[in-house]
Design a binder for this molecule. Structure first.
Ligand code: PLP
Length: 319
């Protein structure tokens, strides 16, 4: 399969809304599962260098040294964003520059070179256009785009890898949540250490598996997700396993401040802007469990979750 040609204006040479064809899958039945698409984007760079030229390749397994930095020492970050198809046949990306900026901050924190903002956004566009037939029809879902940045060079001692790979793959997705959002407040296991000394504020690959036991236990007890507390005092809510949270009381919408421990979500940022425009008072501040339990309403935000109202929150015995 030869990769499609991509022109600099972001349109591929054969693009026209009328010619658009769809991949042969059941678009009515999309969940949040990986569906392999046709192409991925790959760009490599040596430690100390800058990323320069990447390419669209057929989607396939990648070869990686057993002694790669990502496999041994977790030197990696990822991003997540979506492309949507409009009724008039266009394909829209949701604020990709924001993901590019966030990846850069995460890369600096983990001692990795990162693609420039333009390289990131262009690579995302190329990946989406190459996989255009996997962008669901309007209203049926979206194309979830997963940029990865990882130390793929081989090394034995602890330290930054000698080579880095920026890779983007994608998958058509439907809804992430299956049914109502019922949070269990996790009061034993913490996701992040306080302040900017940790990695809670970046999408490090190492942030996720350490809380799998909490998520698995909560799910086994009928909850849909866990809500993490700050690890310094255990009194203030932080975020869900892959979403930010907001509480509503009258005309005031509050969300925990992103102080280094909480991921600065792009949906979160967008909702804050929209809420202010709509005349709400928005506060980014510490929110205690007690304040949350007295809220009128609660909702969570994220690329996968979109904006979802929270049905229940359970803290110890209080629901
Ligand atoms: C831990 C965590 N918090 C919040 C979010 C929401 O961020 P965004 O709105 O940028 O998807 C995500 C998902 O990316 C996440 O993994």
């Amino acid at each position: 399969m030869s990769p499609p040609s991509i022109l600099g204006n972001g349109k591929d040479s054969s693009e026209s809304a009328a010619e658009e064809t769809y991949a042969d899958i059941d678009w009515e039945d999309l969940g949040f599962n990986i569906v392999s698409t046709d192409y991925m984007f790959v760009m490599k760079c040596a430690k100390g260098d800058k990323f320069s030229q990447g390419s669209i390749l057929p989607y396939a397994n990648i070869e990686i040294s057993p002694s790669a930095g990502i496999l041994n020492y977790g030197q990696g970050i990822f991003e997540g964003l979506k492309a949507y198809r409009t009724e008039d046949g266009r394909i829209l990306l949701f604020r990709p520059h924001e993901n590019a900026e966030r990846m850069k901050i995460g890369a600096d924190r983990l001692c990795m070179p990162s693609p420039s903002i333009d390289q990131f956004v262009n690579a995302v566009k190329q990946t989406v256009l190459a996989n255009k037939r996997w962008v669901p029809p309007p209203g049926k879902g979206s194309l979830y785009i997963r940029p990865l940045l990882m130390g793929t060079g081989s090394l034995l001692g602890v330290g930054p890898a000698p080579e880095y790979t920026f890779l983007i793959y994608c998958s058509p997705v439907g809804s992430y949540k299956k049914g109502a959002v019922n949070f269990k407040v996790e009061d034993k296991l913490f996701r992040a250490i306080p302040g900017t000394g940790g990695t809670g504020g970046i999408k490090s690959v190492t942030n996720y598996a350490p809380v799998y036991t909490a998520i698995t236990e909560a799910k086994a007890n009928g909850f849909s997700d866990v809500l993490f507390l700050d690890s310094a005092s255990g009194k203030y809510i932080e975020e869900g396993s892959a979403c930010n949270v907001f509480v509503v009381k009258g005309n005031v919408i509050s969300t925990p401040a992103t102080d280094g421990a909480i991921l600065p979500g792009i949906t979160r940022k967008s909702i804050i802007e929209v809420a202010i425009d709509l005349g709400y008072q928005v506060m980014e501040c510490p929110i205690s469990v007690e304040e949350m339990l007295c809220a009128d309403e609660m909702f969570c935000t994220g690329t996968a979750m979109v904006v979802s109202s929270v049905t229940s929150v359970t803290y110890k015995e209080t629901r």
